[in-house]
Design a protein around this ligand. Sequence first.
Ligand code: G
Ligand code: G
Ligand code: NA
Ligand code: MN
Length: 253
Amino acid sequence: LELESALHKALERGEIVLHYQPKIDVRAARMVGAEALMRWKRGDKLVPPGDFIPLAEETGLIVPLSEWALKEAARQAKVWQLNFGFSDSIAVNLPSRMFERSDLVEHIHQCVSAYGVPHRAIQLEITENNLMKDLQNVIPALHRLNEVGVEISIDDFGTGYSSLAYLTTLPISEVKIDRTFVRDLGITPQSSAVVTAIIALARAMGLRVIAEGVETLRQMDVLHRLGCSLMQGFLFSKPLPPEEIEQWLAQTV
Ligand code: G
Ligand code: G
Ligand code: NA
Ligand code: MN
């Protein structure tokens, strides 16, 4: 309960911040975007999202937190555009709660308009399980987002139970191979079988594919050989505060 009221105040006190992890195109050797990840600056501690996102989901605080994250990502995209010519997108993780809101698309529109960035400056990551959990609300929202140019990436892909036939009907742009498959690449044959299948599926559906949780050169090599050149993970960079990610942005242009 103490944590709950502290989290409640955290947002208005400016204690919630976004860190950014670069998405890398290994073939082009450049950063092609970044994923925004929330942290809570509580005193001199930096609380990881695993310690407060579940509570935020339970209490509904995830809604104002996510609304703030969308706005903050749009602001950051504008700053990077002005300082570094950044024209890629910042990915924001969106929980299924946000899709229950009829004004989600309007809220995103207001965020990008407020800072004068194009809608494609914001990308949304939704986990495969969240996607399938609330199709009734998610599907119309995905179509409206697609119409205005906000791309959707399916997070933790391969861990859920989505019907592949069904997925082909959704306006999505990217699938993100879950880190559990990446972790075992080069170790278990099953993992490379799954990754090979996901890459083939993505290609057949005309989707980009990105691998998350890339930690070793070996994983990078296997992924590259299998035809996946977009990657994210500690091998390249951990999630960084905005000041520290500027070295990546400076290399991009
Ligand atoms: O950054 P870290 O690896 O600790 O993140 C842990 C989990 O918290 C990840 O699954 C990530 O998707 C989730 N997470 C991080 N930031 C956000 C956010 O802004 N919104 C939501 N809904 N989840 C987030
Ligand atoms: O899928 P999700 O949004 O939960 O992923 C984001 C989380 O993954 C963040 O908490 C981030 O810190 C973590 N992460 C990023 N890169 C790596 C990595 O290479 N290995 C592991 N184990 N975790 C990573
Ligand atoms: Na994510
Ligand atoms: Mn993920």
